[in-house]
Design a protein around this ligand. Sequence first.
Ligand code: UDP
Length: 488
Amino acid sequence: AKREEAEHVVIFPFMAQGHILPFLSLALHIEERFGFTVTFVNTPLNIKTLRPSLPPHSTINLVSLPFSSSDHGLPPDSENTHLLPYPLMSRLFHASLSLKPSFHNLLSHLIHLHGYPPICIISDMFFGWTVDVAADLGIPHAIFNAGGAYGMAVYFSLWLNLPHLQSDSNEFSLPDFPEVSNIHLTQLSQFLMGADGTDDWSIFLQEQLSLSLKSDALLFNSVEALDQTGSNYFRRKFGGRVRTIGPIRTKLRQEKGGNQDFCLEWLNTHEPSSVIYVSFGSQNTISASQMMQLAMGLENSGKNFIWVVRPPIGFDMNLEFKAKDWLPEGFEDRMKETNRGLLVRKWAPQMEILSHRSTCAFLSHCGWNSVMESLSHGVPIIGWPLAAEQFYNSKLLEEEVGVCVEVARGTRCEISHEHVREVIELVMFDGENKRGKEMRRRACEAKEILKDAIRDEEGYKGSSVRAMDEFFDMVLSMKTKTKFVGNG
Ligand code: UDP
């Protein structure tokens, strides 16, 4: 489906790894499928770290906007949320507003260079202000959301309807959500718990989320058939502007690291469908006491496991993991001697683990990428959401998709090792237990749905392929109206 070579698209994610990497995968996908020229915009240090991730054949232009974190009361070189402690994070969000004039200038420059405007800007819900910049220059605009539609629908609704949180009970209903059950206070992130409309987070998010909803299109890294309540929520409000275009497969070059072969060799020593994979994503960890209980639950379950371990809350995440301090006495040695469990420090080859025939369940924080990756391999999920919209992802997967059992919620909850063992048994053992079987059946169904959505063959295009094609048809038809708007 190659079109005119000279058409260009500008892509601009928020400064967080969980945004930048999916946006870069989207950029590569657009470059490959449509042959458009892509300009990928961010702050200098983020751009610098991205170069090695691009495949050699990519001609994506990586462009930096000037930004100095110390101008905004942040530590030097803090251009990404994962480098900041929670109390300073909102400062980076507010600092990002300062990018507006230079982003405007960049676009004017691009218009001048090419002789006509980009066919669209694809930006981030935290950069709602880019909608204004696009409108000012007559360029079509889209928001890309790396999360699922349901998680985002609840997230938007919570931030844009804060008074609903001032309820006396532990549960409350959300406006505009006729079809889902209530939200429980334990499903609110720590930012939402402290939000009253006047705090830094509310001020930033209410404005940027509202602005972002004025975009010409809302794109989700999700598949409609698995994410109907959320898609319907946005569609009721925004009609045809909503498009589910996922899962966007990553083609980024990733550092393989020493753990890659090690994990796969270990998995090879185990029976098919006998290993549970445990990981809380790239930036979350659990408390010390939860870690103890999880370890005991895993050990008592008698099942094999690979666990990506990070220091517990309260310790620097980049510190070395001390199994002797943070896990039951002799745990790691016992697991090694019996070949029962493998502790992986910091980073594991997740995709390879999920696609290995020995893996049969994923104890996950329910970050959306992990969810898509797990279901793409037909692996059911044991949910332990820890932050942000992970709570609603877990809810969707358990209540609507039927592929998940939530074992725990948040970093403050008390969990017992007995409960961990029970849930593992529920999901992994057969026999009388119908729920585990049903979850596995549904996970296999989800795998087929995800595969079908991105099928792109002669005579057949899956729902996500069509949604993406329709989106570009739309912006190209808008272009014919805006082409002669101006030259910078
Ligand atoms: N990931 C990985 N190895 C790890 C931890 C994470 O490969 O040890 C990858 C994982 O495959 C996924 C991403 O990092 O693509 C994590 O994204 P997700 O949305 O699940 O969670 P987040 O890290 O944003 O909380």
